[in-house]
Design a protein around this ligand. Sequence first.
Ligand code: KG4
Ligand code: ZN
Length: 319
Amino acid sequence: MIILAIESSCDETAMAIVEDGRKILSNTVYTQIAIHTMYGGVVPEVASREHIKKVTYVLDEVLKQANMTLDDIDAVAVTKEPGLIGSLMVGVNTAKTISLCYNKPLIYVNHIHGHIYANYLEEDFNFPLLALVVSGGHTELVLMKDHMDFEILGETLDDAVGEAYDKVARVVNVGYPGGPIIDKMAHIGTPTYPLPHIKLSKDSLDFSFSGLKSAVINLCHNANQRGETIDANNLAASFQNAVIDVLVSKTVLAATMHNVKQVIIAGGVAANKGLRNAMQEAMNNLNIKLTVPQFKYCTDNAAMIAAAGYHKYIKEKKN
Ligand code: KG4
Ligand code: ZN
């Protein structure tokens, strides 16, 4: 089954053509990062307009790469939610138009399910499976007992991890998006600053990152007032250390409680090298298989939407 997938929930206009949920025939991402960088974050109205400008070019490109026409595809999958409403509408309207004009089934995909299925592009799922979802808008531990079956075991009570990364990057003035930059700085620095590792109660699977974010802001503010300089690399290392400790220990707790066979990491923060290494070590100790997406499929892309769309379609056909 050949699926054309469209993703436009935030600041990437992305399309992919994928066979049977895994074989990537073409994959195109047009990113608006350069445009939003000057504002220090995504401006929704600007994002929607950029999607409109680029959507037909991206469609041409993805078909050309696969050497196909719209007649050759079997279905269209598109991200329906969550995301910026104006941005989502561009992708959804494009998918609806193709579906109507070419008489192809339309599959609506949840963006977070897409991030989870970025791991299916790598290998099969072995249930029960635990997904740690860490993106710009979400931080969740999700238990899956079957394909497209999601039970949220815990989630952030305030900020998402990616959001905290972006905020810290803004405080130390290193640019947007902050995650990859802070990740690099953390590898240069040493975790010398005392920051809180907020784990809530011992058996809670929820997260909280706003206290850590505030601690970084206060540390910078106080240093500024005293005329002291902050070692930005050491601060990045201290912040990343706190984040990874919390994410890994909650994942270990959930994996043990639910006796899972596989752990996967999903969302933009899954690209974090420190997190990938620390999680691998923890899973080796538990003897649980860890799967992570390739770097290019961690952040927003349409191949992951095709993978999730494929499984949604199959499941709905069965029922
Ligand atoms: O999943 P994603 O592309 O978009 C959402 O669905 O939100 O995630 C984007 C987030 C941003 O906050 C970005 O700073 C973060 O993922 N990110 C990272 C890394 N690469 C991207 N955070 C930490 N380390 C990275 N290497
Ligand atoms: Zn995303």
